[in-house]
Design a protein around this ligand. Structure first.
Ligand code: FES
Length: 164
């Protein structure tokens, strides 16, 4: 994303946060932190520190507590990444059915290693994921949180071509 990072939360993020806040008691504002972080990541593709600070202020919680939540969940990115996030499962069921081979194929196809983005900013190959709860379709991966199962190299090619 090339978007300029704003100091304040955008109107859209503020609206989402307000929607979450009305679901919790007034003295539990921090309960909206996950919803707020999702909204910021949706806008920027990752979580800029300045935006997490703005969220902390809005939710009347220490900034460090927002950073702790953001760094705990693997669904949040703390640095800018490629447009399409690819997460290949290499946990047991997927491992037994070729998950590591699929990961290796993607690394060589995209010419990047796990944890890196392509130079054109199009793809981000997320660090190897733990079980993504799609074991019956092993080997599997998520792209932008959509599940793709029973992968083969040919199927991976088709899936990526469809993203172009
Ligand atoms: S082990 Fe890969 S989805 Fe469960």
């Amino acid at each position: 994303m090339t978007e300029m990072i704003q100091k304040d939360l955008s109107a859209e993020v503020q609206e989402k946060v307000a929607d979450w806040l009305q679901r919790f008691p007034d003295n539990q504002k921090q309960s909206a932190v996950l919803g707020g972080l999702h909204a910021i990541q949706h806008e920027y593709g990752y979580l800029p520190v300045i935006q997490m600070d703005a969220l902390a202020e809005k939710l009347e919680m220490p900034a460090i507590a927002v950073y702790e939540v953001a760094s705990f969940y693997s669904m949040f990115e703390l640095e800018p990444v490629g447009e399409h996030t690819i997460a290949v499962c290499t946990n047991l069921s997927c491992l037994l059915r070729g998950g590591e081979q699929m990961l290796g194929y993607l690394e060589s196809k995209l010419n990047i290693k796990c944890g890196q983005s392509t130079s054109d900013g199009k793809y981000y190959l997320k660090q190897e994921e733990e079980c993504l709860a799609g074991c019956c379709g092993a080997p599997m991966m998520q792209i932008n949180h959509v599940y793709y199962e029973n992968l083969t190299e040919a199927k991976v090619d088709e899936i990526l071509d469809a993203l172009d």
